[in-house]
Design a binder for this molecule. Structure first.
Ligand code: PLP
Length: 356
């Protein structure tokens, strides 16, 4: 049966990417060797690293005074690396608390300096994105989360900030255009919208390097990875290769503006059903709804299991909501075809007909 993968992460990848990746595991560039057994210092891998960076630069329009890194440790390690590298010991960093990921980032920053929570949506279980807060010009940086994967909220615009902006874009990078020049640092775990688990994209303004003025362990210092071209130590070769293939795929279908249109179309189809079918209720504030993760509840929660069962029978996978929101979450990352959303909406209609 055809599967429709709405999983929140690791998320769906394009079929052609998986086919190409599986070939490279057996034989890379007709070399008679697997991608997994060649030196990361070889010409074959050098080309993969260079092409991956080139694609990031091109697809996001990264300015020349930024470095593009492929690191390990997930977005979760960035929660610590950001303050280690950007927050001086007696400094204060400003955070907007839009969910548990933001909260985890704050926890790490508190170990390096002071944290100023400018705004939080915890009062409503993070179902909206706070706006209109003041950003103190004394902050070392402002930390934001562009898309709150668990609650299905997304920032539709960024505040004008008097201080450098850092953003966790793990779950919506490459889904819509961003003006990279407005950020000093962007990070994203690859496994939501860019590739497999195992690498984290970091885009850092060179000016921001060595800003905290503290001693930093070598591997946790961005400077090490900029100087080492993301190959100070053995990089996660497979994860980077699959990111490269996914970005090549994105470029081939027209890049970020083209996928944004498709993402908007997919989200409109699903939210339209959520809004018009009395069996379903969206959980996120309408103006802050995410194009990537749509969260919804049944108006008769006693039927949750039955809905899940019907989904499973139709090949609709990964729609169970996160435990902190409950209900359902349909993640519509770049690689999810429009037809998969059509299949889900069709099932939602059938389900409500069957149960009224
Ligand atoms: C998934 C996710 C993370 C955690 O990523 P890891 O790579 O597993 O550490 C952090 N932030 C956001 C917004 C996420 O969606």
């Amino acid at each position: 049966m055809k599967k429709h993968n709405f999983g929140a992460g690791p998320g769906i990848l394009p079929k052609e990417v998986l086919t190409q990746a599986s070939k490279a595991v057996i034989d890379i560039n007709n070399s008679g060797l697997s991608l997994l057994e060649i030196s990361h210092r070889s010409g074959d891998f050098d080309a993969i690293m260079a092409r991956s960076k080139e694609l990031v630069k091109e697809l996001l329009g990264v300015p020349d005074d930024y470095s593009i890194l492929f690191l390990q440790g997930g977005a979760s390690l960035q929660f610590a690396m950001v303050p280690m590298n950007l927050l001086p010991e007696n400094g204060t960093a400003a955070y907007v608390q839009t969910g548990v990921w933001a909260k985890k980032a704050m926890k790490e920053a508190k170990m390096m300096g002071n944290v100023d929570v400018l705004a939080s949506s915890e009062d409503k279980n993070y179902n909206y994105v706070p706006k209109g807060y003041q950003i103190p010009s004394s902050s070392a940086y402002l930390h934001l989360t562009s898309n709150n994967t668990i609650y299905g909220t997304q920032m539709k615009s960024y505040p004008d900030s008097p201080v450098p902006v850092v953003c966790d874009m793990s779950s919506d990078i490459f889904s819509c255009p961003v003006d990279v020049s407005k950020f000093d640092l962007i990070y994203a775990g690859a496994q939501k919208n860019m590739g497999p688990a195992g690498t984290t994209l970091v885009i850092i303004k060179n000016e921001a390097l060595e800003r905290a003025g503290r001693k930093i362990p070598t591997m946790l210092n961005y400077k090490t990875h900029v100087d080492g071209d993301s190959m100070f130590n053995t990089p996660p070769v497979f994860a980077i290769y699959v990111c490269m293939l996914t970005l090549e795929w994105l470029k081939s279908i027209g890049g970020v503006p083209a996928i944004q249109k498709i993402n908007e179309k997919k989200a409109a189809l699903l939210y339209n059903e959520i809004d018009n079918n009395p069996m379903f209720n969206g959980t996120a504030a309408v103006e802050d709804r995410s194009l990537m993760n749509a969260c919804f509840l049944l108006s008769r929660p006693e039927l949750d299991q039955e809905f899940l069962k019907m989904c499973k029978e139709s090949g609709i996978i990964g729609v169970k909501g996160h435990r902190s929101v409950g209900g359902f979450r349909a993640s519509m990352y770049n690689a999810l075809p429009y037809e998969s959303v059509e299949a889900l909406v069709k099932l939602m209609k059938e389900f409500s007909m069957k149960t009224v």
